[in-house]
Structure formats: structure tokens, C-alpha cells
Design a protein around this ligand. Sequence first.
Ligand SMILES: [Zn+2]
Length: 337
Amino acid sequence: MNTSAINNKKQQQINIKCPVCENTSFEEPIYKYSALEAAAHFCPPNRNSTRNQRLVKSIRKLWQGDECSIIRCPECGFAFGQPFIGGDEEFYSILHEQHGYPSWRWDYDVAVQNVISLLDKGKILDIGAGTGNFLKSLGNQWEKYAVEGSDTTRLELEKVGINVFPDLPTLVEAESGEFSVVTMFQVLEHISNFQEVLSQCRQLLTPGGLLLVTVPDGDAMILQEQLTGCPDMPPNHINKWTPKSLKIALEDVGFQTQAAIIEPPSWKNLAYSLQLKVIHDAAINPNSLAAKCYQVSNKRIRISLLSSLALSGFLQLFPHTNKLLQGESFAMISIAN
Ligand SMILES: [Zn+2]
């Protein structure tokens, strides 16, 4: 490496500022991914080469290049992508061809037990509501709102009586200061403009209103990658949050935060890690047993083959069972000042 390259590198490090705590002192990136690696993670070329190629193109366009680094702030623990850019509509429309929305999840229970049960009624907004499974579970005393980017999903939400807005600024203009509750389940790890979004949540809430945010636990994601080899890949996830960094970000825009609620340990978490390990083995090596299993067209046979691979993964990861049982997300409730 010549001197000018070294100087450029130093310069680059000096110019980076933590988007949460504004620290400017960083060490080497914790991960570096190419667009080919990222696309293979979401859809290996041997599973669907056309979709894989579309993903490569879409990711290169987002990154304006071929590489993304993940940098971790030593002060607040927040880790983020460089370039700091999340997936756009085109990227997610390709991903959604193969993934659906979850029907229920642990953080919905957190919301019901720690927020909904405290209030009788009011206006509630779910940002990134998916098909509205959380809102649909609430009684009619709640006036339900959703912000959802996908056109198809918006139509489904409207059909079940949910007021849907395509974006937050439009809703802020129409209903500022009107909401008792805002929920944001697993959204904040996808977006770079989180300050703006949190500030808009603050504007939407009445004073004393509650915001519930849930995110993957950044440290748990890093541990999972170390153990399973499966990355928490940008541009889907471009932020790794810690309770400390989320607290700073929320307090910066006028919230009073409560202690983080950590997802409890469960076998589901371990099963998910094993699944990630099989997916990753298939993605990085087209000749692996895992990749061959994915090519089996009979679904029942495919699933039973993949299950036996997961079992062999379990034997390899057995010494780390306790770590893999740990929760992968946390929730934070905060009050609008
Ligand atoms: Zn920081």
C-alpha cells in the first residue's frame, strides 16, 4: 500500500461520526461485505440466479459501489454500515418475493403487557405494520393507524379498517400530537434517518404518550455471526443497536426512556440460529450439502433433509447452547416529554 492510500484511509476514519453519540474515534470495521456476498446471503445464485442478479444490481446501486463496511462505535456500541444506506423499495420488493410477514412475535406480547394493558383506548400507530397482525389483535376501542411503504400491503390494511398512510411526514402533517401509543417493531435497524423518524414519533404523540421500539440486539447479532457464520447483512440491517445507543437516540429527540426489556431465552432462538447456519452454508458453497438440499424440488423431502442438517449443526454448536438460547432482540418503552 502506498503512502497516499494510507493517508486516505486515515482521513476516511477521521471523517466518520457516530450517528448516535457523535464520537469520531473508530477502529477498523468489524465486517466488510461485497455486493456479491450480500446478494448471495439474501438469495444464493443456485436457488434463483435471476433474482440473485437483480439483487446484485440493486445493492450496487444503493452502495454506489461494491462494498459495505460495518463500523462499531466504541463509545455507545452502535454499529452501522458505511455507506450508511438502507434498502429501498426496489430492494425490498425483490426480498418480499420470498419472505412473508410473521404472524405473531414475542415483542407483540411486550406491547400488550406493558403498554396496551395500561390504557383503555386511544389512537395507536404501528410504523411498518406489515399485514397488521398486531393492530388486528387489538379491540375496537382503539383507533388504529399504520404507516406502510408497500402498496399491496396498504390495501390489505385498509380492508380491515386500519387507517393507512404511505409515509410518516404526511401523517405528522395531518395528526400531530394526537396519538396515545406509537409502536415500531423491528424497523429501526433498517433505516439511516432514525433521528428524523424518532422525532416524528415524538411529534405524533400527546405529552405522556408511549413509544415502544423493538430492535435486534446488536451484540447478540455479532455473537450469532461468530458462532453460525451467518451475517446480519446490509442493506437489510444497516444498524446494530444496543440498549445504551437506543436510549441516547430516544432521549435526544425528547423521550424519557425506561429500562430495556430483553427477549427471554428460548429454544426458538436456537432453532433460528441453526436455520441461519444452514442458509449460510448453502449461500457460500454451491457444492455444499446444504446447497444441494435447497435444490430438491419436493418440499417434504427438502424440509426433512434440511432438518437433518440442522441437527448436525446443533451437534457442532452444542458447546454454545446457552449463548444460542439467549434472546436476539430487545424492547424499549419511552414516554413523550
Ligand atoms: Zn456512538
